[in-house]
Structures are given as C-alpha cells and as structure tokens.
Design a binder for this molecule. Structure first.
Ligand code: MSP
Length: 517
C-alpha cells in the first residue's frame, strides 16, 4: 500500500499583545489555501498555527491591561482561535508557547545546545527593540526628531546591559552560506533570498539568547535567574508541534523537517538565519523552505494603530463576504510583493471576476439545464473540436496549477483558473445554446454537458481558495463529497440523467449604492 506523501506547513505564531488584524489573517490564509490544496491533491497535511505568548512585549501589554500575563494571554490567544472559525481556516493544531508540551520542548533544545557547547554565559551590552523583540547594532540605527534611536523597522530601541547566555551564531556563518547554496529553494522569493545571503555574508555576531531583567518567559534550565530569548522560544514551536523532544516518535519522523514556514518579510531573518542555525547546532534538520510575503497598506497608507487605519478581518468578511475576502487577498497582489487594500479594487474584483465571470457562468448554465432539460444532466453526444478544447483546458487545471502553488504564486494560479472561466463564457456566447434549443436540441444537450463538466472542474479547483462557495457550486452539480479531490477531475465525470438541485446564485454583486456607501 502506498503511503500518502506528507506536507507540514506552518504560520508564524502570533504575538498576543494585540487583536488579530488583516496581516495575521493574510499569513494564515495563504497557509490555509496551501493546506487545502495539498489535501485535495492527496497529501497527508499537518497545518499548524498558534500564539507567541512570552517576552517583554506581551508582559508590557498585560501590564497596561492591568492583569497578570497568563490571564492576559489566555484572553488574547482565544481571539486568534476565534479568527480561525471566522475565516474558515483548516488548521490541524493550534500551539501556545505557554503550554507544557512547548516549555518541555524549549528546555530540551536548550539542553542540546548546552551539551554541544553552542551556548555560553557572557554579558550583553547593546540596543534592544521590544516591539521587534530584536537586538540591533549601533550601525543599523537612525534617530528621530526627538533624538530617540530607532531600529530599521521604525521601532524605538533601548540600551540593555545584563548577564546573558549567547548562542555561537558567528560560528555558523559558513555553514549557513553552504546550506543556502545547496538548497536554492530554501528562501523565497528570490529577491529575499539574496537579501538574506548578503546579510549573512556581512558577518554574524553571537546572539544573546537569555534575559534577566524580566520574568515572562521559559526559565533557563539550571539557571532560573534567566528566561529564554523569546525568538528561541517561539521558533521552537515548529518542532514542538511535531513531537519534539521525542525525535524517535512516528510523528516527528513523519513531519519534520517542515515543508514550508510561511512568514511576513519582517520576520524572515529569524526564520532563515537564526532558526536553521539553532536547528543544525542542536543536531536537527532545518526546514525545507521559508517563504516571505509582503505587507498590506490601507488605501496607500501604512497600517498602524496610531493612524487608526487597522483593517479588521471581521469587518471585511461582514462587508464583502468570506470567500470574496479570501479571493481578493490572494488575487490582488502577486504573492511576495507588498499590496494595497482599496475598497474600489475589492468591489471591482467581486463584481467582475466573481459575480460576472464565475458566478454568472454557473448560474446561466445551471438554469438552462433546469429550464430546458427538467434539471437533468444531458447525454454528452459527440464532441466537436471546440468542445474538446474546453474540456481539455478544464481537466488539465491540476497539472497547470500544481507547480504554481508549489511556488506560492497564488495570483497566477487563480489567473490560470480564470483563463478557463473566461474561455467558458466565450464558449457559451459562441455556441448560443438558447438558439440550439429550437434548432438542434441534442447539440444543446452536448453544449450544456461540456459546460457543466467544465464548471465541475473549476469548482473543484477553487475549493482551496473559496471553500464554501465552491462547495455550493459542487452541490448544485450533485457532485458527491468523495468526488471532489483533484484526482476525481479525470475519473468522476458527471453522469447523464443525474438530477440537479435548483440552482441558486453564489456570488452576489455589489450595487452602485453599496459601493459608494
Ligand atoms: N510572534 C512573531 C512570530 C514568531 S514565529 C516563530 C510575530 N508575530 S506578529 O503577530 O507580530 O506577526 C505575525 C505575522 O503577521 C508576520 O508574518 C507579519 O509579517 C504579519 N503582518 C503583520 N502586519 C502585516 C501587514 N500589514 N501586512 C501583511 N502582513 C503583516 O512576528
């Protein structure tokens, strides 16, 4: 018996200092779409997300809220869980860094690093940005008008001087460069890969991996004056969820190394430099790939709490619909680039691509079957070359879309699906089945059969992006639940005579009044 290939995909774990916003929803959405795609393509998928709950930033946010950090993290972590349901995310596990399984795992990786002499005790004197939970060298900083020093991210830094354990990152420079060279797909997109390589080439310093000036973290084993640096703690979540420290377990052997860590461009360095170095130093394999996506702006402006223009995923879903939001976020911007959210482009994509192109295709074809054929799938008859071309374009979609999904070019994957949607609309116009109804009823049957078959393939392909709308479309074609995987495209064709339920519109149009509201 052949075992299913496996696919382990992760989101970053989210800081619980703040409510979930569009940026969090975006990273998880990209993973959800990939996880769903791989499941439909026959993979055994493990899709992980969770919350990053330790560190000074969260401790400070709890302090401002006036509650202890544990109670605070319980509350905010729940909001990230709630988002999963609201966005129809299909994660298999949700990890919190305050869980016992994770604390045991972080302490175990620490012990491995100590044993291998990759960590030593020293003292740190330098700049730290709580907002980024990151250390910076003097040369990286700028000053604002008030003389406050700022990190390249714009976060204010403070001077820190305290005893600290260090990880021998400097010793990993050459091995990291060799690793990038031997694994050209490890960092994507390519422009980001070049940035990381030049950062590593410019020289690496040992990394401070413990703090003594606050308490909200995992205690260093054997020296509990120290808590572990939150990034060492957080990154380890990816192996905790695969069963670490039990490296002999079936789970660990099955899922580690992860196939893909999806991250935003701001946290690439942690994932593409520190994380593989920690893992190799601990005698563990690095992940296979890290993809860094871009950032969203709102109507051209940087999104920030102080500007009051934070986009809530809940508001988008309320206003435009869930699948519309999912579609827009992955269609609007080439994945990897920065992108701008604007109401007008959201509405134009909803109306043109979803309502007119896709929804209308299904609605017209299914209503013609209802009206002219008593809702029964017609016999297929003899295919013309034009029929064959459309069917061939539809059935070859898995082969066309698969490599695009493996490269995380979601916008291109959608575009290729839309090529077939547009070809189908052109085919309807050209074949004019409403004319054939009188002149050649059997030919009308064939045309509607070809179209229904094409819509079946399309709806199977759009499931990862728009699960609920695609489900409705497949229900309207009476496709059974076990006929919805990619392999069913070739094998489970629609059966003539099948009775289809009454069609219903799936993608509403936004009216002009709504659009200008
Ligand atoms: N806790 C760390 C990750 C640890 S992973 C071991 C963290 N958390 S975060 O909550 O600040 O950010 C999580 C993700 O949200 C990042 O991938 C980040 O890029 C993404 N986004 C935050 N704001 C964003 C936008 N405006 N646009 C797109 N994504 C953005 O970093």
């Amino acid at each position: 018996m052949s075992e299913k290939p496996r696919y382990y995909i992760t989101t970053p774990i989210y800081y619980v200092n703040d409510d979930p916003h569009i940026g969090h929803a975006y990273t998880t959405l990209a993973c959800d779409v990939l996880a769903r795609f791989k499941r439909l393509d026959g993979f055994d998928v493990h899709f992980l997300t969770g919350t990053d709950e330790h560190g000074q930033k969260v401790e400070k946010a709890a302090d401002v809220a006036g509650i202890d950090p544990k109670a605070f993290t319980d509350k905010v972590s729940q909001r990230f869980r709630d988002l999963l349901g609201a966005m129809n995310f299909s994660n298999d596990d949700f990890i919190r860094t305050t869980e016992d399984r994770h604390i045991a795992s972080v302490q175990a990786i620490w012990a491995r690093l100590i044993e291998r002499k990759e960590i030593y005790l020293g003292s740190y004197a330098g700049w730290y940005a709580v907002r980024d939970e990151a250390f910076y060298g003097e040369g990286e900083l700028t000053k604002d008008a008030a003389g406050q020093r700022l990190a390249p991210s714009g976060a204010p830094v403070e001077w820190v001087e305290e005893p600290s354990y260090f990880f021998r990152l400097s010793a990993w420079q050459d091995r990291l460069l060799k690793f990038y060279e031997e694994n050209p797909d490890f960092i994507a997109p390519n422009s980001r890969r070049n940035e990381v390589i030049s950062f590593v080439k410019s020289g690496l310093q040992d990394l401070s991996v413990s703090r003594v000036s606050f308490k909200w973290g995992v205690p260093v084993p054997g020296d509990d004056a120290h808590v572990m640096y939150v990034w060492l703690d957080a990154l380890t979540n990816y192996i905790t969820a695969a069963g670490f420290p039990d490296t002999e377990s079936e789970m660990f052997n099955r899922y580690w190394p992860a196939d893909l860590h999806m991250v935003g461009k701001d946290i690439l360095r942690f994932h593409a430099v520190y994380w593989p170095a920690f893992l190799m130093a601990a005698g563990l394999e690095p992940p296979k790939r890290v993809f860094a996506h871009g950032w969203w702006t709102n109507e051209g402006q940087k999104i920030s709490k102080s500007l009051g223009n934070v986009i809530s995923p809940y508001d988008l879903v309320d206003q435009y619909g869930l699948d519309q939001t999912r579609y827009f976020l992955l269609r609007e911007v080439p994945f990897g680039n920065d992108g701008d959210f604007s109401k007008s482009s959201m509405i134009s994509r909803m109306n043109n691509e979803l309502a007119n192109d896709y929804g209308n295709l299904a609605q017209r074809v299914l209503s013609m079957i209802t009206k002219n054929l008593d809702g029964q799938m017609p016999a297929q008859g003899d295919f013309t070359d034009e029929d064959k071309r459309l069917l061939e374009a539809a059935t070859s979609l898995p082969e066309i879309v698969r490599p695009l999904m493996d490269a995380q070019t979601f916008h291109e994957a959608l575009e290729r699906i839309w090529v077939v949607i547009r070809a189908s609309n052109a085919y309807v116009d050209h074949q004019a089945p409403w004319v054939l109804r009188k002149s050649d009823p059997p030919r009308m049957g064939t045309v509607l059969y070809v179209l229904a078959e094409t819509i079946r393939c399309l709806a199977i392909m759009t499931q990862p992006f728009m699960p609920e709308s695609s489900r409705q479309m497949l229900d309207q074609l009476a496709v059974p639940p076990d006929g919805r995987s990619f392999s069913s495209i070739a094998t489970n064709k629609l059966m003539p005579g099948t009775v289809l339920p009454r069609p219903q519109g799936i993608f509403p149009r936004f009216s002009d009044e709504e659009a200008s509201a």
